[in-house]
Write a protein that binds this ligand. Structure first.
Ligand SMILES: Nc1ncnc2c1ncn2[C@@H]1O[C@H](COP(=O)(O)OP(=O)(O)O)[C@@H](O)[C@H]1O
Ligand SMILES: [Mg+2]
Length: 490
């Protein structure tokens, strides 16, 4: 028997049979006892009434009628005896029992009744052999004296038959109840097990890798709660597995991108090295090739450095200091590095630093942010253009913005410029020095500081990159913040 519904049903049925069976036995016994008891009480009452009739001087016809009535109702033999124990006449002797008027009744029953006691007994009586009786005896009293007695002998068989009838009716009712309960419990067991079967289905689906299966919530008992827990588990697993898959995909994409980034400089290095090795190049050409090789290896060096830095930040291995610093100072430090470059490139470079509240941060890391943004601004702005670096108090802290009048970024590219290795124009920008990691590093550092970085751009007119950092608060003074693991973030 493998189905839980069947087990449950059998258990319920066995339990029901046990309970109802016990009930039936107890009830039958109780009916029997009560029935005999009430019969005895009834007979004693009638006998006493007859005794009363006898002593109150009623007419013999009245007494005879009463005797006839009683013997009919109880199908009983009624004997009236006098004080000596002799059977009187008229005394309703019925049937062909060996009793006749004048016969002397002896034995313990007669003695007990004549000494003033009322008796009731059940079983065989020496007077009526072969038949079982229920009989009662009661004394006839006159002025405190026992002047006789009355016996009523009722055959047990009709009483037994009535008790049996009652017991049979009871058994019938119990059996019908049991059958009905059996049917009901069959449906209950099936309904109960159906929910478990549904849960089994969901668990199996999960084992097969399908985490979308759910149980329909029904009720709020333990089974329903188990179902809800299973649903939560499935949902949790679904989310986690999706995250793991996304992470895996990101990692694979990353490896592909890195390989791709390495291939071009490596093949350039290889090409120039071959040209030098095959001995055909002039001294001047050799020097030119070596310079190119040096530049490429330097680019590779920078790329690996930046990559390592970014990976460490993403993996939570980098902590930034949270010192009270001024973004005006950070901006001035970074700007100083670009003055010559601005003059060389013929770009109008302005720095606008309004007095602002301090921020909590790592000066070195924040300078890296400003340098990366300025680097981009200068790279994408042609001669005659304008680059502006500004610091000012903002609504959510302190704002630092880098504005340029350069190429701008197409709306379609905007969401992706923060991704590693993403460049809007690969061929052109790679050779103007970008690794494609600059903005990814910018965003990572800014978020480590609890700030955010945004960009607005109009293609052909220029771009504005704005970094917002929360103002310094005493309570976070000099604490360090570890970078969070952001592997699965886009
Ligand atoms: N100021 C800017 N003007 C125009 N395009 C920009 C600007 N800053 C960034 N971009 C675009 O975003 C891309 C990613 O920038 P970044 O992550 O710094 O990489 P890289 O500078 O190495 O190319 C750039 O290649 C460029 O296409
Ligand atoms: Mg850059």
């Amino acid at each position: 028997m493998r189905s839980i519904a069947a087990k449950l049903w059998v258990m319920m049925v066995v339990l029901m049979v046990l309970v109802l069976g016990t009930l039936a036995v107890i009830q039958t016994k109780a009916i029997e006892v009560n029935y005999y008891r009430s019969e005895v009480r009834h007979m004693v009452g009638e006998a006493q009434e007859l005794a009363h009739l006898l002593t109150s001087g009623a007419a013999p016809e009245v007494i005879a009628a009463k005797v006839a009535y009683l013997s009919q109702v109880f199908r009983a033999n009624i004997l009236i005896i006098d004080a000596a124990g002799r059977v009187c006449d008229p005394c309703g002797i019925r049937g062909d029992w060996a009793v006749y008027p004048g016969m002397l009744l002896s034995g313990s029953d007669a003695q007990a009744v004549l000494s003033g006691k009322t008796i009731s007994r059940q079983g065989q009586h020496p007077l009526f052999e072969g038949v079982r009786f229920l009989w009662v005896g009661t004394p006839v009293m006159e002025n405190g004296q026992t002047t006789g007695g009355i016996f009523m002998f009722a055959p047990l068989e009709p009483i037994n038959a009535r008790v049996r009838g009652l017991a049979t009716a009871l058994m019938g009712a119990l059996l019908a109840g049991a059958a009905l309960a059996g049917v009901l419990s069959f449906f209950t067991a099936r309904k109960f097990s159906r929910r478990l079967v549904a849960m089994d289905g969901v668990a199996r689906a999960m084992a097969d890798g399908n985490y979308a299966a759910r149980i329909l919530p029904k009720g709020d008992d333990e089974v329903a709660r188990l179902g809800a827990s299973l649903n939560t588990l499935a949902q949790e697993l679904q989310q986690r597995i999706a995250a793991v898959e996304q992470m895996d995909q990101a990692r694979r994409g990353f490896v592909t991108a890195v390989s791709h980034e390495l291939r071009t400089p490596l093949s350039i290095i290889q090409g120039y090295t071959e040209a030098i090795l095959d001995g055909m190049a002039t001294e001047a050409e050799k020097e030119q090739y070596l310079k190119a090789i040096y530049e490429e290896s330097e680019r590779l060096h920078r790329l690996t450095d930046e990559l390592l830095d970014l990976r460490r930040m993403e993996a939570g291995a980098v902590s930034v200091r949270r010192e009270e610093i001024r973004l005006e100072d950070v901006a001035a430090g970074a700007a100083a590095r670009f003055n010559t470059r601005a003059a060389d490139a013929g770009i109008d470079f302005q720095v606008n630093a309004a007095p602002s509240p301090p921020v909590a941060g790592d000066a070195h890391r924040l300078e890296q942010v400003v340098v990366n943004l300025l680097e981009n601004a200068f790279r994408f702005t042609p001669a005659g253009g304008k680059v502006m670096l500004a610091v000012r108090p903002g609504t959510a802290g302190v704002e630092l913005s880098v504005t340029d009048s350069g190429a701008g970024i197409a709306a379609a590219d905007l969401p992706y410029i923060w991704d590693k290795f993403y460049r809007t124009d690969r061929a052109r920008t790679r050779y103007s020095g970008g690794s494609g990691l600059g903005l990814a590093i910018v965003r990572e550092i800014v978020e480590l500081h609890g700030g955010r970085v945004e960009v607005t751009s109009v293609p052909g007119e220029g771009s504005v990159f704005t970094v917002t950092l929360p103002a310094y608060e005493d309570k976070i003074q000099n604490t360090e913040v570890r970078s969070q693991n952001s592997e699965c973030r886009r």
